[in-house]
Design a protein around this ligand. Structure first.
Ligand SMILES: Cc1cc2nc3c(=O)[nH]c(=O)nc-3n(C[C@H](O)[C@H](O)[C@H](O)COP(=O)(O)O)c2cc1C
Length: 159
């Protein structure tokens, strides 16, 4: 049996191509956010989605405390944003254009879709949390998506 050490897990699981999101919130009037590849629809009725923040994230606990967040699905020309929002402890929103959702969370300009949520539930998931969001509003300008596959970005789903 192959070993299930973190390096093997990351390498094998990296073969599953996915989109990339930035989870945002407004904390004490200031925008906050982090890059999050682990996003999924969960339920249509009631409308629920799933994100998996790591326990090492410093942004998620601050956003979680507000009880609201927005999932911004990145477009293919937003690779730089993805890299910027993956750097802990930096001024991630410097020069970033965004508007506010009905619930007050940042909607990143140029995202291919956004999903505005309140926090519905949070469960243990090992070194990550399993977070369920109740969807209040969503829209999709529908630009081609950014894709993450085998540790790298691509502009279209690899065939
Ligand atoms: C492509 C990509 C995907 C990522 N996916 C996740 C994820 O699904 N969950 C997570 O917690 N962190 C993920 N990260 C790492 C976080 O973005 C990073 O740890 C976080 O931004 C650190 O900042 P913070 O301390 O402000 O939260 C990802 C990073 C990149 C570059």
């Amino acid at each position: 049996m192959a070993s299930t050490d973190p390096t093997t897990m990351r390498s094998v699981l990296g073969h599953f191509p996915s989109g990339v999101t930035i989870v945002t919130g407004t904390v004490d009037g200031e925008p906050a956010g982090f890059t999050c590849q682990s996003f999924s629809s969960l339920s249509l009725d009631p409308p629920l989605v799933l994100i998996l923040p790591g326990r090492s994230s410093t942004s998620w606990p601050r956003i979680e405390a507000t009880g609201r967040f927005c999932v911004n699905v990145l477009a293919e020309d937003q690779q730089e944003l993805s890299t910027t929002f993956a750097k802990s402890g930096t001024d991630k929103f410097a020069g970033v254009d965004f508007s506010h959702s009905d619930l007050g969370s940042p909607i990143l300009t140029g995202a291919t879709a956004w999903i505005d949520c309140t926090l519905h539930a949070s469960h243990d998931g090992g070194d990550h949390l399993i977070v369920v969001g109740a969807v209040h509003d969503l829209d999709a300008p529908g630009l081609p998506p950014l894709v993450f596959h085998r540790g790298g970005y691509s502009r279209s789903v690899p065939s």
